[in-house]
Design a protein around this ligand. Sequence first.
Ligand code: GDP
Ligand code: MN
Length: 396
Amino acid sequence: MNIHEYQGKQILKSFGVSVQEGLVADTVEQAVEAARKMKEDYNSDWVVVKAQIHAGGRGKGGGVKLAKNLDEVKEKAGAIIGMQLITPQTGPEGKKVNKVLIAQDVYYPGASETKEFYMSVLLDRAKGRNIIMYSTEGGMDIEEVAEKTPELIFKEEIDPKVGLQGFQARKIAFNLGLSGNAFKEMVKFVGALYKAYESTDSSMFEINPVLKTSDDKILAVDAKVNLDENGLFRHPDYAAMRDTTEEDPMEVEASASNLNYVKLDGNVGCMVNGAGLAMATMDIIKLAGGEPANFLDVGGTANAQTVKAAFNIILKDPNVKAILINIFGGIVRCDRVAQGVIDAYKELGNVPVPIICRLQGTNAVEAKKLIDESGLQVYSAIALKEAADLVSKVLA
Ligand code: GDP
Ligand code: MN
């Protein structure tokens, strides 16, 4: 589960990671009020207005703006709140901004130069270990750094038996070219960051940039946090940070019906039980000349309710020209699934696209008979090849 930058920073702060401070605002008035409070606390007129959306690259898209006084806060927050922000990560349609973070300006001049670093903590699945990835080339596109100058990206592997060791944090600070107080601050920062990552059951923390200020503080200026959904039951306070307005509405509806749904761009909707069979079904659709419109796993119990909920979600996608139902009846009997399909179909009334229903397993023959005698616009099949041929036929 993704959360906003301001929420990620709240979590980081609670584990002792120093962050660029800020206050969140939903309206221009709140934004101005927040800037006033920031001035009281930090004695500076300058703040940064930062769009809060679940996507990075906001700076490039015009979603991060420096404001030097309250009038500018009003003007910039006014422009950003409600805008459709397009960044390299949002897709061409962009994302609507509902909130801004009014953050302290931390790029102030001082005794030494400011420096931007990159740092992330994530699970390296090949190694089965957490790693800290970091680079002197922060602030910009880390993907570009990885492609053009991979030697500038360092990785530190954490042994799960002993956790992050002091020498590893010092090595990171050293490789980032730090000395003196900034070195000490970085060692503390890395330790607290790793602790936060581990304790929250996260799958990724990405801080880009980590800033060395002109007075040698080390701060998280940005925070991209991905919490592992499987661990959320242990953290109800983090689960409450979910912002469904940032998610695909169809995926939100599907998860409410306990369906595993991922929207794709094709023309053939599919409804399958089991993730492996769902993947195979998507391959079959491609071989038949179609493109899958979604991934949808209805899970172990494919009854009339789940079938209906799945129909409803698939049919909301205007690109869908046909639906392929592919259910294997192992524990669930095919004739009951067939009855579920028929009931759901009748309840929905007019289903505007042809349906191919392939049921295999226990009582497959009875199921085919039920479908064939239903008088509905549903093509039945038992073999997968037959189903694929029917997909080609209805698309032609
Ligand atoms: P992203 O573009 O979505 O990754 O958002 P970031 O939070 O990383 O901010 C983008 C850029 O805005 C940073 O790389 C900085 O260059 C700039 N920025 C962020 N905070 C400040 C600040 O306090 N002062 C100034 N002058 N620039 C800032
Ligand atoms: Mn960033």
